[in-house]
Design a protein around this ligand. Structure first.
Ligand SMILES: [Zn+2]
Length: 306
């Protein structure tokens, strides 16, 4: 009995301990469920649109910091547009717009003022234009691949810093992607840096070579031309990991040697300063473009486009 009584007594003690433990567990569980039913911290909404310079910056911050801010990145990005209808290569041709600096440069029409550029991109967006990459244009030209309705290419020569600060926020706000042709020896402070270019690439833009030194290729011996084409390609590869196949001739100058070197070195599409749209059957190494100059009235801009 005593033994049993003791056992019984010890058992009662254990049951009490277990009972207390279960009670604590139930209370903790209840507290946990109760707390979990509260909404988490409200994500900070990034301002978008109002401050052009910062729009790209916030995008980069969310891209480069994978911890905790990824949800903000999706909040910051504009909603993905519905997939456009695809059409065969348009008979009226595909316009390739050529810009340089997006800034006001007194006495120099290579600078397109921000206000003018914004009006042009807004007009294109409202008219339903869709921006192509050089690769998409190449496949449409050479493989008969269809293109979105109202296709257009937006190109920027020389790699001006304002392409990132001024042009990119406007492009992005209108749902466009562009192609930036960089002079590899000029990339850095004062122009776009490799970090900025990497951001543009991550956001879906394209980079092309505009040589190493922006020399007149038609006046250079073959060896120097080859250096300009090959070294710029290698430098872009080493900084951005891209095998660029798009090329832009400095000042639009080239000769037959240039075109032979392009094919040899793996360039597949080239952009000149000859004026006109790109048509099916054109040589992809020497495509025409439409120069947009500072001070161009919007009515003139509209007349360039199909
Ligand atoms: Zn140039």
């Amino acid at each position: 009995m005593k033994f049993l009584g003791n056992r019984f007594g010890q058992g009662t003690q254990r049951y009490r301990e277990v009972g207390v433990f279960i009670s604590i567990a139930v209370v903790l569980g209840f507290l946990f469920v109760w707390h979990s039913s509260f909404p988490g911290p409200v994500p900070v909404q990034h301002a978008s649109g109002g401050q052009p310079g910062k729009a790209g910056g916030s995008f980069s911050a969310t891209r480069s910091d994978p911890k905790g801010v990824q949800s903000k990145a999706t909040k910051t990005n504009p909603p993905a547009p519905a997939a456009p209808a695809l059409t065969p290569f348009p008979k009226e041709g595909i316009p390739v717009l050529m810009y340089h600096s997006i800034s006001t440069i007194p006495g120099n029409t290579l600078g397109v003022p921000v206000r003018q550029f914004s009006a042009e991109m807004t007009w294109l967006h409202r008219r339903g234009y869709h921006s192509l990459s050089p690769e998409e244009l190449y496949r449409a030209l050479t493989a008969g691949e269809k293109v979105p309705e109202k296709p257009i290419l937006l190109t920027f020569d020389d790699g001006y810093a304002d392409n990132y600060y001024a042009a990119w926020p406007i492009l992005r706000a209108n749902g466009f992607r562009a192609t930036f042709f960089v002079i590899t020896n000029s990339v850095g402070p004062g122009m776009m840096t490799w970090n900025r270019l990497a951001e543009l690439v991550r956001a879906g833009n394209s980079i092309g070579s505009h040589t190493v030194h922006h020399l007149d290729l038609a006046s250079l011996p073959a060896k120097e031309q080859e250096d300009e084409l090959a070294l710029s390609k290698q430098t872009i590869k080493s900084h951005l990991g891209l095998d660029v196949q798009a090329f832009c001739f400095p000042s639009g100058r080239y000769n037959t040697t240039t075109l032979q070197l392009m094919s040899k070195l793996g360039y597949r599409i080239g952009f000149t300063t000859h004026s006109g749209r790109v048509h099916l059957g054109d040589n992809p190494l020497i495509l025409k473009r439409l120069r947009i100059y500072g001070g161009m009235p919007l009515s003139s801009f509209e007349r360039l486009l199909p």
